[in-house]
Design a protein around this ligand. Structure first.
Ligand code: SAH
Length: 346
């Protein structure tokens, strides 16, 4: 599929035409990754962050947020819980927290890999290459770093570099991670103010160029206590090319991503579920996705990992999330995958 075709589909709103896209994506998903839905337990280990990302509610400038960091022993017991629920992977995500130092993460990864059969995905933002190397050696399997948008000017506006440092090229960072032996995951937000249809088509083509193992996309949800959220409307493109962060647009991007990257692992994300709690996850799974990421963050911390407002499922325990996800998967005639759910290459 070329760029013009992608742009055409992103602009298509006729329900019967879109049904063709959903069917094509679903068929492609079935042929390439099958009916299994793999579960990745998402553990949000810290909401401290030293960065000032314009879109993210846990950015350093949000002084009204209660901050937390989950202690070592509790991280390990959450991993034990994930394994007991049959999850194949634990995803450790956090803000760019300087106190999650190299040694701490190394110890966490080593302990999880020694005690459990889980795959470990890290999602800790932009870190040093030597750290990536040490964590990989400790046993980390995957790294998740969204490039957020392939429009470099837009990215620089919403994601200021570290003070006195040059801007990081996340695409290059992902390629270095791949060289170290990580499976790499990335993705974008849909409907960032200033994001055009052409930008979004370029994003999808970038997923393919990077040959990503995992691609996560979700709606941009403005957070009022962020620089971007505070002036959302004035930053939008006024030439008719502004992508809106709608549920429908998310399904189109999931479906097109499946067609362009047939073998990728694609989650139906919590941000999508936030737009449609009743059916968002199922619709994502029926239109190209094959992964769900049940939250395993202990309930006492969950509401504080507020990257965007009104996040889905913040008052449910890990156990409740597990039951809910399993039922949703069964309700659409699919089954929970066993094992780590690594990407199968053709
Ligand atoms: N510090 C890590 C993890 C960030 S949170 C990192 O920078 O990679 C994980 C993802 O949440 C981000 O990559 C971003 O795509 C998404 N996110 C952040 N703020 C959001 C918002 N307001 N709406 C939707 N998604 C958001």
């Amino acid at each position: 599929m070329d760029k013009n075709q992608i742009i055409y589909w992103l602009g298509e709103n006729c329900p019967s035409k879109l049904n063709e896209l959903w069917e094509l994506a679903d068929k492609n998903r079935k042929e390439n990754v099958g009916d299994a839905v793999h579960l990745r337990g998402l553990l949000e280990i810290s909401n401290y962050c030293s960065r000032f990302c314009g879109y993210c509610g846990i950015n350093a400038g949000n002084s009204s947020l209660t901050r937390y960091r989950i202690p070592f022993d509790q991280i390990i017991s959450c991993a034990a819980e994930a394994e007991s629920y049959g999850y194949g992977t634990v995803v450790l995500q956090a803000g760019e927290d300087v106190c999650l130092d190299c040694d701490f993460i190394e110890r966490v990864v080593k302990t999880i890999k020694q005690q459990f059969k889980l795959a470990v995905t890290l999602s800790l933002g932009e870190r040093e290459d030597y750290e990536f190397q040490i964590w990989r050696k400790a046993g980390a399997d995957r790294y998740l770093l969204r490039f957020e948008t392939s429009n470099r000017n837009l990215f620089n506006k919403i994601h200021p570099p570290k003070p006195n440092k040059a801007a990081v090229d996340r695409l290059e960072m992902l390629q270095r991670l791949r060289k170290l032996g990580y499976e790499i995951g990335s993705g974008v937000m849909i409907g960032i103010p200033g994001q055009s249809y052409e930008d979004l088509a370029n994003d999808i083509l970038t997923f393919k160029r990077l040959d990503l193992d995992m691609v996560g996309v979700g709606p941009y949800i403005p957070h009022p206590k962020t620089p971007l959220g505070a002036k959302n409307d004035e930053l939008k493109l006024s030439d008719g090319n502004q992508v809106e962060p709608t549920e429908l647009m998310c399904y189109k991007v999931i479906a097109l991503t499946r067609l362009v990257c047939p073998q990728a692992n694609i989650p139906s994300t919590s941000a999508l579920a936030t737009l449609n709690l009743a059916q968002g996850r199922e619709n994502g799974l029926s239109r190209g996705a094959n992964i769900l990421m049940p939250n395993i963050t202990p309930i006492e911390y969950r509401q504080y990992y507020e990257i965007y407002p009104s996040k889905a499922c913040i008052f449910e325990t890990a156990k409740q999330c597990r039951g809910c996800m399993t039922n949703r998967i069964k309700s659409i005639g699919r089954y929970v995958g066993s094992g780590k759910g690594s990407r199968q290459k053709a």
